[in-house]
Design a protein around this ligand. Structure first.
Ligand SMILES: *Cc1c(COP(=O)(O)O)cnc(C)c1O
Length: 296
């Protein structure tokens, strides 16, 4: 699917004046719903499901899950059925992500937070009733997801620094494993953590990363996962005006804000060539309504 992934140089002259060069890897252009990094994370799972002659895929996520939206469309394109366990009661009015899952014919299984916390049980029961289904872990957080995401790392050959957005940590772990240890990978967390030095995200990365050429930054969550501020939204509008690149408010808007801020504070050494991973997620902006961003 990803025949021609574009790399684009950022035009902002301030980066050059700081002695750095900034490029952006446009994974967002791969597919409107199969959000860039999600496609890489799903790739080997899809291959395995097809090889096992499964008829459908089931997975888990929240009502705003980019992962489930991506999975529903990827399955439809592969001719597979899809089912998603959704955390929380069925809402009276579907948000844009649920609408898209439905559009891609995903079977939506709403379960209470309590039931959702016992995912293994749900998985076991579902697979017993549907032996022709294959299960992908929540958020695509798996070793196969890491293996697929390593291919994003391979696309960053020759760059001294790679900056990406972090949710479950699957994508950054793949990027770490797909880069050389002389390159440095910087992850911007979209989640707020209570302890920056000790958390399950760091544990996960540590467990699967092949080298330690990475650093996690927890300073740009803007209040927490899927939270936003006026400063973030105006930055995203300005960035779109000057670079003509759309970002989403959950991951890549925060990523670009962080990159810009770090660059202006001389975080990167002179001579650095930075690759920023645009991991997609633009479908999530539909939940904002059309008053917030100057683009959708
Ligand atoms: C899901 C997502 C991420 C986070 O990826 P993880 O592998 O969970 O860390 C980053 N960016 C976008 C746009 C996403 O949709």
């Amino acid at each position: 699917m990803y025949k021609n992934i574009a790399t684009q140089k950022l035009k902002n002259p301030l980066f050059k004046s700081r002695g750095i060069e900034a490029s952006i890897l446009r994974l967002d252009l791969i597919h409107p719903q199969i959000s860039g990094n999600k496609w890489f994370k799903l790739k080997y799972h899809l291959e395995e499901a097809v090889a096992m002659e499964k008829k459908g895929i089931v997975s888990f996520g929240g009502a705003f899950s980019n992962h489930l939206v991506a999975l529903s469309f990827a399955c439809r394109e592969q001719g597979l059925r899809s089912a998603g366990f959704i955390r929380g009661e069925e809402p009276l009015q579907y948000g844009s992500s649920l609408k898209q899952m439905k559009e891609a014919d995903m079977e939506l299984l709403f379960v209470s937070r309590e039931e959702y916390s016992h995912k293994e049980k749900l998985e076991e029961m579902f697979l017993a009733a549907h032996p022709d289904f294959y299960c992908v872990p929540e958020g695509g957080q798996s070793e196969m997801g890491i293996k697929g995401a390593a291919e994003i790392g391979n696309l960053c050959n020759g760059y001294s620094h790679i900056v990406c957005a972090v949710g479950t940590g699957t994508t950054i772990t793949g990027i770490i494993n797909g880069t050389d240890k002389s390159q440095k990978v910087i992850g911007i967390s979209a989640l707020k953590v209570s302890n920056k030095y000790n958390n399950t995200l760091l544990d996960f990365i540590q467990q699967y990363a092949l080298h330690d050429n990475y650093e996690l930054n927890f300073e740009y969550h803007f209040g927490g996962y899927a939270k936003k501020t006026g400063a973030l939204i105006s930055f995203m509008n300005d960035f779109y005006m000057s670079e003509k690149i759309k970002t989403d408010f959950v991951y890549t808007g925060k990523l670009l804000y962080a990159f810009n801020d770090l660059a202006m504070h001389d975080f990167f050494p002179k001579g650095a060539s930075v690759m920023i991973i645009h991991s997609g997620g633009l479908q999530g902006n539909l939940s904002l309504g059309n008053q917030t961003l100057s683009y959708i």
